[in-house]
Ligand binder design. Structure first.
Ligand code: CU
Length: 272
């Protein structure tokens, strides 16, 4: 018995040290280089999911994306959306199809996920102007999988606000015919030469741990949101409430007139 008890006492004696070790261990995201995980969840009932990782070494941002449920053989425009000025954008959901045409288009979604900050092309420019450079975007394989990795030099604002950015991949196959075409959902509102299927968002994800209606990085100045009051009371609401507990903010985020949302969703289903 004695050996056992001694063992227990030894273990107990060691416990404070162990706890101390845990307590002073740096948070996961403080690792070098800091890395941020993003889980991509579907939009437009696309069935597309994925995982992404953002890693910073100085001003070198490495982006890894692995996603599936994309349209096989078709390019996927993909971007880091959001703001580096303290505004707290989030991913939309299918209920944000405000014009009720049955598809959440990029314009409707941008109210929620913000403008393009970085275009995640495979080569060449990565500025917002490359947002629709589908010839430089990754192409899904025959199984609908996209695998992407690129290191990009980013500005200090991106470094400081990396947790405020989110990844969006675009491209859906509304009529399930294996390609982007105009029969699926008409013309893109961004460029009439492109099918809506090519530009509508297929998934979106925010940095894990930074989400939950986060206080934007670097910012108590969530007042930045007030500028958008007219365009989105919802977003302003999130920004204004950002100092409250995350869960509360999430609760608020779900959201605007439930009836209107339900109607839009119903239309979405009808159109599907
Ligand atoms: Cu985008």
């Amino acid at each position: 018995m004695m050996p056992k008890r001694t063992g227990l006492l030894t273990a107990l004696a060691a416990l404070p040290a162990a706890l101390l070790t845990v307590a002073v261990a740096p948070p996961v995201f403080a690792a070098d280089p800091p890395a941020y995980q993003i889980d991509l969840t579907q939009l437009n009932d696309s069935g597309s999911t994925g995982t992404a990782l953002l890693s910073l070494r100085g001003n070198a941002l490495t982006v890894w994306i692995k996603s599936e449920g994309m349209v096989p053989g078709q390019p996927s425009a993909q971007h880091l959306h959001g703001s580096t000025d303290g505004h707290d954008f989030q991913c939309p959901d299918d209920g944000d199809d405000t014009n009720g045409d049955g598809i959440l288009d990029n314009t409707e979604a941008t109210v929620h996920y913000g403008d393009i900050n970085i275009s995640l092309t495979e080569s060449g420019g990565t500025d917002a102007g490359s947002g629709l450079a589908v010839d430089r975007m990754p192409v899904a394989d025959a199984q609908g999988k996209v695998s992407y990795k690129r290191t990009i030099t980013v500005g200090q604002d991106v470094v400081e606000h990396i947790k405020d950015l989110h990844i969006v991949q675009h491209g859906v196959d509304r009529n399930d015919n294996g390609k982007y075409d105009f029969e699926g959902a008409g013309k893109s509102e961004l460029d009439p030469k492109l099918p809506q299927e090519a530009t509508a968002p297929t998934n979106c994800g925010v940095v894990k741990g930074a989400a939950v209606g986060s206080v934007p990085v670097g910012g108590v100045e969530t007042g930045g949101g007030t500028a958008d009051e007219s365009s989105s009371g919802l977003v302003t609401g999130i920004a204004g409430a950002a100092t409250a507990a995350g869960m509360l903010v999430i609760a608020r985020r779900r959201k605007v007139p439930a009836a209107a949302d339900a109607g839009a969703v119903a239309k979405t289903r009808d159109a599907a």
